[in-house]
Design a protein around this ligand. Structure first.
Ligand code: AMP
Ligand code: MG
Length: 276
């Protein structure tokens, strides 16, 4: 059984039906052991992905402040070969970005063949923060779900394997983490009064996230709700979902490698025969 349910749009979801404390009955040590195995498997699959050069992988991370986007990136990407791996972080759009359509800055950062890209926030901010803070008229952000679906379909049809994760924490857990940041000098850089203020909009964000997931979950670009109160479980669940999504491609990538090898070997052979 997979730790996470893949949302493909068949059934609308409510976040209250997902327990942020869920840990599949594992303890932290068991979780960390399992994660190690999955990391090794992911590293192996990344090599094949890179070498075969047929597919791209796009991992979208969304979640409220303190939900653990940075920590997930460190844990899941850490063991990977940085040659074929990048992170793109999306902040408040610059003036130049504002002067374009909302997908302009996003499309420039999508992974090329053989690459894995993690989006730390994404085009979904344009139906989340933009909606909650009324940064655009209703008509504008409402029209974006269709644009997002079309965009993701284009990526998928261009051989992009897409996974989208919502890191699901409870309001109490967020408070705990915000308080911890104020206690720990190494976390001072993350302190932001704005994060406390955002909590006033907790329910608005819940609705915005539910709508985003219900409108934009498809078999080729599924959402996953990740129970994220326990950091070790969050890391484990994300790693597992990524591994499970890549495994079905292994045979195809190996066949491609075989083809590349045979072609190059024949070319080398022909070259050497010409020399003699
Ligand atoms: P952080 O992830 O803490 O560095 O914060 C980045 C900030 O940028 C968050 O408050 C996001 O809500 C904000 N942000 C990201 N994308 C957009 C967007 N398209 N429009 C407005 N704000 C955004
Ligand atoms: Mg922040």
């Amino acid at each position: 059984m997979a730790y996470l349910q893949k949302l493909t749009g068949a059934q609308p979801i409510k976040l209250r039906d997902f327990d942020p404390e869920f840990d599949a009955g594992l303890n932290k040590q068991q979780g960390e052991e399992k994660l190690q195995k999955l990391s090794a498997e992911l590293t192996r699959l990344q090599e094949l992905l890179y070498a075969a050069g047929q597919h791209s992988v796009l991992i979208v991370l969304q979640g409220r402040d303190t939900s653990g986007k940075d920590g997930t990136i460190r844990s899941v990407m850490g063991p990977l070969n940085s040659l074929g791996c990048q992170v793109a972080s999306f902040k408040v759009p610059t003036e130049k970005e504002q002067a374009h359509d909302f997908l302009w800055r996003i499309h420039q950062q999508t992974p090329g063949k053989g690459e894995i890209t993690i989006f730390n926030r994404s085009h979904y901010e344009d139906v989340l923060v933009v909606r909650v803070h009324k940064l655009a008229p209703d008509k504008v952000w409402r029209s974006r779900y269709v644009h997002i679906n079309d965009f993701e379909k284009l990526l998928a049809e261009s051989n992009t394997i897409i996974l989208k994760f919502y890191l699901h924490i409870s309001k109490d857990e967020q408070e705990k983490r915000l308080l911890e940041r104020a206690e720990d000098p190494e976390k001072y850089w993350k302190l932001s009064a704005g994060d406390w203020k955002e909590r006033e909009h907790w329910n608005d964000y819940t609705r915005a996230y539910e709508d985003a997931m219900n409108q934009c979950s498809t078999p080729h670009a599924p959402w996953y709700v990740v129970p994220a109160n326990k950091k070790w479980f969050r890391n484990l669940a994300v790693a597992e979902a990524v591994v499970k999504s890549l495994q079905p491609y292994e045979r195809q990538w190996r066949r491609q490698l075989e083809k590349i090898g045979l072609k190059e070997k024949a070319a080398i052979e022909a070259y050497r025969q010409n020399q003699t």
